[in-house]
Design a protein around this ligand. Structure first.
Ligand code: PXP
Length: 244
C-alpha cells in the first residue's frame, strides 16, 4: 500500500510569517525521500495555505503531485495547465476548517464526466473523494473517474468502538464494491498513528492520503534536534567570545 502525504500545513506555517520558510517544495522532496509515493496539496479557492506557485513547482520538480481541488472553473484551468500526476476532486466550503464530507457525484454525473474527460485526455488520474456508499461509487464509475478516495473521517472521529467498527466494515464493503466495478481505491482523512493500521489492513486499497497527523507528529519527532542545533550555535558563539 502506498502513502500520499498531504503537506498543506507546511504552507500554513510558512504563511504565518508571510515568507518562504518552511518551503512546501522542500517538504515535498523530504516526504518523497522518506518513501512516500505522492505529495498531496489542496489548492483552495481562498488560497489559505498552498498557493498556485507551490503546485507549479512541486508538480514540475517532483512529478508526484496529487492535486486536491474543488470542481470550479478557475482551479480546473490551473490544473489543466499544471498537469499534476493525479487529481482528487473534493467538495469545498469557505468556512470549513478542513474538507467536510464527500463529494456528491451522484447529484451531477454529467458535470463530472465532462471535467474528468478533460483531465483523462491529458493522462491525469482522477479520483472522487466520496463517502463509503454504493450510490456514490456507481456514480463515480459512470462519471469516468478511474479512482475513488474513500472518506475515512467518520471512522477516525468515532470514539465509540462499536460505531468505529461499524464504519470500518462500511469502508471495507465499499472498497470491495469499487474494486469489483473496476475502480482503483484510495482512502484518507483523519488518519493518524493510532487508527491507520485497521484501514491499512483492508485488501485492495492502493494508497492512503494522510496529512495533519504526520505534519503534527513531525514537530515532536524533530523538536529535540532543532533545540540541540540551536544550542550548538550558542556554544560555538561562547567559544568565539572566550578565544577573543
Ligand atoms: N484526503 C482528502 C481528500 C482530504 O481533503 C484531506 C485533508 O486535506 C486528506 C485526505 C488528509 O486528511 P488529514 O489531514 O486529516 O490526514
Amino acid at each position: 500500500m502506498k502513502l500520499g502525504v498531504n503537506i498543506d500545513h507546511i504552507a500554513t506555517l510558512r504563511n504565518a510569517r508571510a515568507g518562504d520558510f518552511p518551503s512546501p517544495l522542500y517538504a515535498a522532496f523530504t516526504v518523497l525521500e522518506a518513501g512516500a509515493f505522492n505529495v498531496t496539496c489542496h489548492l483552495r479557492e481562498d488560497r489559505r495555505h498552498i498557493k498556485e506557485s507551490d503546485i507549479r513547482l512541486i508538480s514540475e520538480q517532483t512529478k508526484r503531485l496529487n492535486l486536491e481541488m474543488a470542481a470550479n472553473d478557475e482551479i480546473i484551468s490551473i490544473a489543466l495547465d499544471v498537469i499534476p500526476r493525479s487529481i482528487t476532486l473534493v467538495p469545498e466550503k469557505r468556512q470549513e476548517l478542513t474538507t467536510e464530507g464527500g463529494l456528491n457525484v451522484a447529484l451531477d454525473i454529467e458535470k463530472y464526466k465532462i471535467i474528468n474527460n478533460k483531465f483523462r485526455s491529458k493522462d491525469i488520474n482522477v479520483s472522487a473523494f466520496i463517502e463509503p456508499e454504493e450510490l456514490q461509487i456507481e456514480a463515480a464509475k459512470k462519471a469516468d473517474f478511474n479512482f475513488i478516495e474513500i472518506h475515512t473521517g467518520k471512522y477516525a472521529q468515532y470514539l465509540d468502538p462499536y460505531k468505529r467498527q461499524e464504519e470500518l466494515a462500511k469502508i471495507k464493503k465499499a472498497a470491495e464494491f469499487a474494486l469489483s466495478a473496476g475502480l482503483s481505491v484510495n482512502a484518507g482523512h483523519g488518519l493518524n498513528y493510532e487508527n491507520t493500521g485497521d484501514i491499512a489492513e483492508i485488501e485492495g486499497i492502493y494508497e492512503l492520503n494522510i496529512g495533519y497527523s504526520i505534519v503534527a507528529h513531525a514537530i515532536f519527532a524533530g523538536l529535540n534536534n532543532a533545540v540541540k542545533e540551536m544550542l550548538e550555535i550558542l556554544k560555538a558563539a561562547e567559544l568565539i567570545k572566550y578565544c577573543r
